[in-house]
Design a protein around this ligand. Structure first.
Ligand code: NIG
Ligand code: FE
Length: 413
């Protein structure tokens, strides 16, 4: 019985589905209805709009003038991994850079070691906790990457764990193979290792929606990334890329050229590449939580991309090294403070545009849509990025089913 009626909605946030991904000025357009109603039947939205008394359901939620939106979509996470890297925090404080830690065999490579050692069950239990937390924070769809195996056995282990969690938990998932995420210590050379990952595409293609690669100094070049993307497309996978995160290698231009569904990070992308976003369907997935966590001053040029009519989304990049949070609400605040996005742009960036970036059937509340809905304990939609670092999610509904409720203190005294 996935029927729910939500009444007394102070503000009902309705991102527009037409023209996905929303580009340029359209990103700032958001329908916000005062005193709204949402009606859900059999897991689907049958009505979302102005107040209506026409609908009935066994379960009626009184939103008490609070805000209701589609569930958030986290379009970029490294969900499944073993271990943790808190010791790197001191290194960072001493000024050792992210790429230097990686060069010394730490960073991603240390997580590879822990992930290889972890059993499937250990990875499952650890990642499940993260999923529960994501749901509590209002995330109802998540993209999960592999990439901490760098070998067949462990990459498949990560993908299998993610698929099992997809089955066992209410969250919706998309799956990404990120075999070329780093070059293992014992690899002959980058090109040989890349070929191994290309050869793996056949084994993972039925377990992944996307193929991703880390295009960065000391990791993979743009030429290698192009080779990988072409091979992945031949196997029927859509492609994504970690591009221009630290150095301006031109990964964004490559992504647009290869018709990537998204290009992610883009802190150091060139003016020319940013301008080219407008004529493409590639979504720029910006990860300002990562820039914040790496302690960098330069953030992705979100305003420049939007002003030039590009499409952007916002995601956490949740991972054990460069952004250790699965709280997308926090990243929405960082997007307001550091990327200078407006509240409307931010809501669109974590709903419709995020859904386009991972080809998800989510992010809007139109008739017939899957009913993934969040009731937020905030007075209006501008309030969420403003009051930062806390959890505003009151009730989370996935597929028309209440899956989380913040019930407050166990006792009032
Ligand atoms: O998106 N930069 C590459 N990959 C991740 C970080 C992974 C890690 O440090 O474990 C990122 O930032
Ligand atoms: Fe990432």
């Amino acid at each position: 019985m996935n029927d729910i009626l939500i009444q007394n909605i102070g503000e009902l946030i309705l991102p527009k589905k037409t023209d996905r991904p929303l580009k340029g000025k359209k990103l700032n357009e958001l329908t916000v209805i005062k005193n709204g109603t949402v009606a859900v039947k059999d897991g689907k939205v049958i009505y979302a709009g102005e107040h209506s008394e026409e609908y009935e359901a066994k379960e009626v939620i009184d939103a008490s003038n609070k805000v209701v939106s589609p569930g958030l979509i986290d379009a970029h996470t490294h969900l499944v991994f073993g271990g943790s890297r808190e010791h790197e925090m001191a290194l960072k404080q001493q000024g050792v850079s992210y790429l230097d830690i990686l060069k010394q065999g730490g960073g991603i490579l240390s997580t590879v070691e822990s992930t290889r050692k972890s059993t499937e069950e250990e990875l499952y239990n650890k990642s499940k906790k993260e999923i529960v937390r994501m749901i509590q924070f209002g995330t109802t769809t998540v993209e999960a990457k592999s990439g901490y195996g760098l070998d067949k056995e462990t990459e498949l282990k990560q993908l299998n764990v993610a698929h099992q969690l997809d089955k066992d938990t209410p969250i919706r998932m998309k799956h990404t193979f990120l075999g070329p995420h780093a070059v293992p210590k014992d690899a002959k050379d980058n090109a040989t290792f890349l070929q191994e990952m290309i050869d793996l595409l056949d084994d993972v293609k039925d377990k992944a929606d996307f193929a991703d690669i880390f295009c960065e100094t000391g990791v993979f070049t743009t030429e290698e990334s192009r080779r990988y993307m072409k091979a992945a497309k031949e196997k029927g996978l859509k492609v994504k890329i970690h591009a221009d995160e630290i150095d301006p290698l031109g990964g964004l231009g490559l992504a647009i050229d290869e018709g990537a569904i998204s290009a992610d990070h883009l802190v150091a992308s060139s003016e020319e590449d940013k301008a080219a976003l407008k004529d493409s369907n590639t979504v720029a997935v910006l990860l300002p939580g990562t820039t914040f966590y790496l302690g960098k001053d330069q953030y992705a040029d979100a305003r420049g991309m939007i002003d030039q009519n590009g499409a952007i989304a916002i995601a956490t990049d949740f991972n054990p090294g460069s952004c250790v949070t699965d709280n997308l609400q926090l990243v929405m605040s960082i997007a307001a403070l550091k990327l200078k996005l407006t509240p409307n742009e931010i809501w669109n960036a974590v709903t419709v545009n995020a859904s386009k970036a991972i080809d998800a059937d989510a992010g809007t509340l139109e008739k017939g849509d899957q009913a993934d809905v969040v009731v937020w304990d905030i007075p209006n939609h501008e309030y969420l990025p403003y009051h930062y670092g806390v959890n505003h999610a009151q009730t989370v509904i996935i597929n028309g089913k209440k899956v989380y409720e913040n019930t407050g203190l166990l006792t009032e005294s």
